[in-house]
Every structure is written in C-alpha cells, then in structure tokens.
Design a protein around this ligand. Structure first.
Ligand SMILES: Nc1ccn([C@@H]2O[C@H](COP(=O)(O)O)[C@@H](O)[C@H]2O)c(=O)n1
Ligand SMILES: C[C@@]1(CO)OP(=O)(O)OP(=O)(O)OC[C@H]1O
Length: 159
C-alpha cells in the first residue's frame, strides 16, 4: 500500500464584515476575513494538505490570486479540485485533521457542521474528518485578533 501524508498552513487577516466562513460554515462575527476568494482559511488549508500529499504544488498554483475568475469564489471549489486530482492519481483520502487557531470566533459549536460539510465534499465518513481549535493564549497575530491561522494534515492511500 502506498501511503502519502501532506500538510497545509494558511492565514487570513480580519477585515470589515459581519461574518467569517470557516471550513465551509458561515459564522456571524464582528469582522470578516480578507482574501481574493471567500477567505475560508480552513478549506484552503485542507486543500493544500491534499495537494501536498500528492506533491502537486499548492492552492495558489492551481488557483492564482491574480486570476479574476477566483475573485469571491466559494472555497469548496478548491477542495473539490484537490479531491478530483486525488482520484485521478489513483489515491483515496484516508483521513484529514485540521486545527483552526484564533481567539474568536469560538469553533467548538460549529465543528460538527464543519466536519460534516468537508466529509461530504471529500466523500468520506465524518469519522475520518477532524476539526480542532486552539487559541494562541493571546500571543502573536492570532492572539491580538488580527487574523486566523489554520494547520492541517491529510493522509492518502493507494491500495
Ligand atoms: N477559537 C477557538 C479556540 C479554542 N476553542 C476551544 O477552547 C479550548 C481551549 O483553548 P486553549 O487555546 O485555551 O487551549 C480548545 O481546546 C477548543 O476546544 C474553540 O472552540 N475555539
Ligand atoms: C484561494 C486563493 C484563490 O485565488 O486566494 P485567497 O482567497 O487570497 O487565499 P490564499 O490562501 O491567500 O491564496 C490562495 C489562492 O489560490
């Protein structure tokens, strides 16, 4: 069996707005997130973890921030592409784990919806999709509430 692991890391800054979209879930908030797309830092990170496992570059190479066609794009489009590429290369996604790093919003009340939505996109049982969260104890840019960071790991298998 061929087993591949990939990691992802992404950051988006807070800006004006009244909600954020994280791992596909819209959460009311006193700021939005700034990005070329919908700035879903969670989906971007999981997408990059899958690209990493496949050694197929990163999200910006597949969907350049300079390309106007991705302006405001819903980030499930990016994850769906990584899932298609996984199948084309003969792999299956075994499991995904991601950690959102922010003081606010609180992720816990939304984590099951995030897991269910990402599992549906990836065609996985929800038990194979993990969403965790941590503060950075008020330290650094996430601690000051300047933005949200996310890290993710994806495991892919080819029988
Ligand atoms: N944005 C966040 C941050 C944290 N949580 C939950 O709180 C727990 C404690 O966080 P610490 O940073 O103090 O370790 C954490 O384990 C998460 O369950 C959250 O839901 N949303
Ligand atoms: C998602 C893309 C799409 O153009 O843009 P952003 O929403 O700015 O997100 P980022 O993670 O900064 O860069 C990756 C880009 O592919």
């Amino acid at each position: 069996m061929d087993i591949r692991l990939g990691n992802g890391f992404d950051v988006h800054a807070f800006g004006a707005g009244d909600h954020v979209i994280l791992c596909g879930v819209k959460i009311p908030h006193d700021h939005g997130l700034v990005g070329h797309s919908d700035a879903d830092v969670g989906l971007h990170t999981v997408t990059d973890a899958i690209y990493g496992a496949l050694a197929q570059g990163d999200i910006g190479q597949h969907f350049p921030p300079s390309d106007p066609q991705w302006k405001g794009m819903s980030s499930d489009v990016f994850l769906r592409h990584a899932v298609e590429l996984t199948a084309e290369m003969g792999f299956s996604i075994s499991n995904v784990d991601c950690t959102l790093i922010c003081e606010f919003p609180k992720i816990g009340p939304h984590s099951d919806a995030m897991r269910a939505g990402m599992a549906a996109i990836m065609g996985l049982d929800v038990a194979r999709v993990s969403v965790k969260a941590t503060t950075s104890e008020k330290l650094g840019f996430t601690g000051r509430g300047e933005g949200i960071a996310c890290i993710a790991t994806a495991a892919l298998v080819k029988p």
